[in-house]
Design a binder for this molecule. Structure first.
Ligand code: ATP
Length: 246
């Protein structure tokens, strides 16, 4: 049932036996998953399945009760979020969160803050703006005046400014029109073509499985199915339960 990564693939993120939750309530029960170099892997599942909770643990926003989280081979389970970012985590949080009173360019520079001493930071801004021409046009505009889709692009661009090894996208399609969602996922596909590794969390299983190589289906905090994205798309259980959201 589980589609293994090819053996030669370097593991960028390895989560083993993850248990975590809120207060005394365990939400994630003994979860294992991996993301290999150059893959897009999605976590899909209905509302409340536990996707965002997994991401919070991977990022370090909630403690891991048991299990391990390895980033690029290093055990980061007990390490704080800012250090995980320095080690290569790029985060695009649910609900976007641009700084509305700062310009597009200033928002991008904030994303490069952990790399502020690196000489290539200015070039990085040009590279990111090259990926998103609409942001280049609006470089000096206040972020709060951008459309929802443009703000989503800005937050992806901001995460790219730290040159992450793993980009985590939490519900990037949320609240966006279908045309804009297509544009965002075109960019995600381009980023992978450029060698970036991506963990994608989506309620919209349909679009997530189109761009991903593999997927894990969560239900009530446990993985109930894991396979190549193409197989999951054909799986009647996935179609019946989740495509309603897509
Ligand atoms: P959605 O797609 O709606 O974001 P999800 O799959 O990301 O859903 P989670 O947000 O991880 O699901 O929620 C999983 C469970 O954890 C739910 O039962 C939810 O009520 C609970 N939960 C989430 N956040 C908290 C919190 N801060 N405190 C207590 N319980 C929470």
């Amino acid at each position: 049932m589980v589609e293994p990564m090819p053996d030669a693939t370097e593991t960028i993120l390895a989560v083993e036996g993850l248990r975590c939750g809120y207060g005394r309530a365990e939400v994630i029960h003994d979860l294992d998953f991996k993301v290999g170099q150059g893959e897009i892997v999605c976590l899909i599942g209905a509302n409340g399945a536990g996707k965002s909770t997994v991401i919070k643990a991977v990022i370090g926003l909630i403690p891991t009760w048991s299990g391990t989280i390895r980033l690029c081979g290093r055990d980061v389970t007990q390490i704080r979020t800012s250090t995980r970012v320095e080690l290569g985590l790029g985060i695009v949080p649910e609900g976007r969160g641009v700084l509305p009173q700062l310009t597009v360019a200033e928002n991008l520079l904030l994303g490069g803050y952990v790399r502020r001493s690196e000489p290539w930071l200015a070039d990085e801004m040009d590279r990111v703006l090259g990926l998103f021409p609409i942001l280049a046009e609006r470089r000096e505009q206040l972020a709060g005046t951008l459309s929802g889709g443009e703000q989503q692009m800005l937050v992806i661009g901001r995460a790219l400014m730290s040159r992450p090894r793993l980009l985590i996208l939490d519900e990037p399609s949320f609240g966006l029109a279908p045309k804009i969602i297509d544009k965002i996922f075109e960019v995600v596909t381009e980023l992978r073509a450029g060698g970036l590794t991506i963990l994608l969390v989506e309620q919209n299983a349909n679009v997530a499985l189109e761009v991903s190589q593999r997927g894990y289906v969560l239900d009530s905090g446990a993985c109930i199915l894991s396979d190549a994205a193409a197989s999951l798309r054909q799986d009647a259980r996935v179609r019946d339960i989740y495509f309603g959201a897509g």
